[in-house]
Design a protein around this ligand. Sequence first.
Ligand SMILES: CC(C)(COP(=O)(O)OP(=O)(O)OC[C@H]1O[C@@H](n2cnc3c(N)ncnc32)[C@H](O)[C@@H]1OP(=O)(O)O)[C@@H](O)C(=O)NCCC(=O)NCCS
Length: 184
Amino acid sequence: MQDQRDAEILPVRQNQVLPPPLRASAIRLHFCDVGPAIPVLQPSEYHDVVTCTYEWRGEFENSEITALHSDAFESRVDVANETNWRSLLAQHSLGWVTARVGDLLLGFVNVIWDGQTHAWIQDVMVNPVSRNLGIGSQLVATAAEFSREAGCEWLHVDFEERLGGFYFDACGFTPTTAGLIRLQ
Ligand SMILES: CC(C)(COP(=O)(O)OP(=O)(O)OC[C@H]1O[C@@H](n2cnc3c(N)ncnc32)[C@H](O)[C@@H]1OP(=O)(O)O)[C@@H](O)C(=O)NCCC(=O)NCCS
């Protein structure tokens, strides 16, 4: 984990704004070798210079979600069967949350629901270059806030055991029993 954190150090100056929009996967953060004028920032300092904006039902392009999904889940993009996220979310979601630094989409979560009091989070994803900076847990907190505002009483999630630290400790979910049937 520490190695990953170290690799996420951004060579930015105090108050420097991030460069204009780039596809997330195009960004590679390097160990800083640009001389003493530009300090190497630790992740704890990152928030002081880079503001991440979380938006409920924020605008997005299909290609942005596709790229983020591919980067986050390390899956290949199948151009022929690319998901139409805009249509999918418009039809089936209570909402979603986007996390952006400038115009760059770094995180996303989809919130689906039963039309009444239950909402579920799906596809929580943060670009690998910006993990462990609090973006994932803030995405979930924003989803919870707006789901509550929409009248929902319960927010559900299911996940692999290895993500218990994220969902239980960082996001505040409590353990429950749940079941699953593989249909296809
Ligand atoms: C899971 C994920 C969304 C977390 O996003 P993130 O922005 O890195 O999360 P945060 O920075 O808010 O993490 C908060 C805490 O959760 C824990 N955590 C984060 N990712 C974790 C992981 N993959 N496994 C276990 N714990 C994790 C960390 O301990 C962290 O606490 P710390 O800052 O004190 O170390 C991100 O790793 C991701 O996109 N993974 C790939 C897609 C995925 O698996 N999504 C979940 C589908 S159910």
